[in-house]
Design a protein around this ligand. Structure first.
Ligand SMILES: [Zn+2]
Length: 479
């Protein structure tokens, strides 16, 4: 239904005709006093209409008025709330001043006399909302916002952005600062004339090497946790030694470990980006495993021992773990095609969305829809070996064709795309271009760095771990 002129003509002209027809007949029936009453009724109706329109138009304005009066009451009533704020002030002021001495250079006030409150933007809150929450007057809030706008697009502030608000001893507002996501430092401070002056300082991101040592009592995961190693790093440790050490059986009580990882931090010590494991030393099986993270000239990252060799690793036989096999590799009767065909891989039934790990370190060479395979990924591990994964419901978007993946990294999720009767992973191991039985053991030989790559590796290893000694050099010395 559209309110077109045609629509009006169609419906209103007959209605109007009916009205014009009925009106004289109705009028003839009414006495003069009744007619008077009718006219009054008409006026009252029109008056009501105008009244309703007027109220509707002033409601937004009235809303604003009511909102402001409530806000005012809110800020003045809870005196205990104020107390809690000032408590936080005292706590944070002492902490912040110790942690961030460089911040004091931004304004000319004695460090001991500043009170600091840290406030984070809540979802949907504006800067003026945050300033109001900190009991800063409307006038000053407006001045600060205007000054800040000169160096920052304040509409682009994200929720959880933390503001440091500074107050003098007598609680008068002095200014604020904030650190942006990439480490840039923005500040606005009142000068001697009471004018707010903005400042922007480009932040530097520096990397910091963190060393964590510990001893294993129950499990590596527990010991890493106790030693304060971030969870992401202990996972990287397990991945670096995956296929060489069985973390459930090969570790003895009292085994020492040492981990060095790289953390990226801003000038104020805030962590940004992903931390990367650089070195791990772990005692297991009566020897010490030392592994160094190294990116070769081609850009492939990997873990190497002190000789510059990567460990030989096997391809996963069952990427989804010890589950049921619904269809093994070899000759079988196809459930959809109903005749004997050669099954090129192994089928592992699993719930929709089960994560699929890469069966070995390698480079993704194919990703996308592949006919009967549905959503499909192929990883090239060496010149000889590749693995393939079919019927996925979706991919891990972090990886693309050409991406390097490590053994165990999630490449996608179980689904039933392509020619498939239910959610399962179709897993193939391809050797020299021919599918082979995935349940057999295939070892990817160790990779040894040679020539300049080896020299670079040794320099890198010494940088990461000052205790690094070239094992070959040592042998030649003792001879
Ligand atoms: Zn299959």
């Amino acid at each position: 239904m559209k309110l077109s002129p045609r629509f009006f003509k169609k419906w209103f002209s007959p209605l109007r005709r009916l009205y014009l027809f009925l009106k004289p007949a109705y009028w003839r029936l009414r006495t003069p006093s009744q007619k008077k009453f009718d006219i009054h009724l008409q006026y009252i109706f029109i008056g009501c209409c105008i009244g309703v329109l007027f109220v509707a138009s002033i409601i937004p304005a009235a809303n604003k008025l009511i909102y402001y009066s409530i806000e005012k009451k809110d800020t003045s009533v809870p005196s205990n709330k104020k107390e809690s704020v000032s408590l936080i002030q005292e706590e944070t002021s002492s902490q912040n001043l110790e942690k961030k001495p460089e911040k004091q250079l931004l304004f000319n006030i004695e460090p001991g006399k500043i009170k600091t409150i840290s406030l984070a933007l809540t979802k949907g809150e504006t800067l003026s909302g945050l300033l109001k929450r900190a009991d800063i007057s409307m006038k000053e809030a407006l001045q600060v916002s205007k000054a800040l706008e000169l160096v920052l697009d304040i509409r682009k502030l994200r929720p959880e952005q933390v503001f440091e608000l500074y107050f003098s001893e007598d609680n008068s507002f002095y200014g604020l600062s904030l650190e942006l996501r990439h480490g840039d430092l923005i500040s606005v401070f009142k000068d001697v004339n009471g004018v707010f002056i903005p400042q922007a300082k480009e932040g530097k991101i520096v990397s910091e090497m963190v060393q964590v040592n510990g001893t294993i009592n129950t499990s590596f995961a527990q010991a890493a946790d106790d030693a304060g190693l971030p969870k992401a790093i202990s996972l990287q440790v397990i991945r670096a030694l995956d296929g060489e050490i069985d973390f459930r059986t090969d570790l003895k009580k009292g085994a020492p470990f040492s981990v060095i990882y790289e953390k990226k931090i801003t000038e104020t010590g805030r962590e940004v980006g992903k931390s990367i494991l650089q070195f791990v030393s772990l005692a297991a099986n009566n020897k010490t495993y030392n592994r160094y993270y190294f990116v070769d000239a081609a850009g492939n990252p990997g873990f190497y021992n002190e000789y510059g060799e990567s460990a030989p690793k096997t391809l996963m036989k069952r990427p989804l773990g010890r589950g049921r096999i619904s269809s093994p590799f070899g000759i079988r009767r196809h459930p959809i095609l109903k005749y004997q065909i050669h099954h090129s891989g192994t089928d592992f039934p699993a719930p929709l969305g089960t994560p699929i790990p890469a069966g070995g370190d390698g480079i993704i060479v194919q990703k996308g829809w592949n006919g009967a395979y549905g959503k499909y990924i192929k990883i090239k591990h060496t010149k000889t070996y590749s693995t393939a994964y079919g019927h996925m419901s979706r991919f891990n978007d972090d990886f693309h064709v050409g991406s390097f993946v490590k053994r165990g990294e999630i490449i996608g999720y179980v689904g039933s795309t392509g020619r498939s009767t239910g959610p399962h992973l179709h897993y193939e191991v391809i050797k020299n271009g021919k599918q082979v039985n995935p349940l057999k053991t295939y070892t990817i030989p160790k990779r040894s760095l040679k020539g300049t790559a080896l020299t670079e590796f040794k320099e890198h290893a010494l940088q990461i771990n000052p205790d690094y000694q070239d094992p070959l050099l040592e042998i030649s010395h003792t001879r």
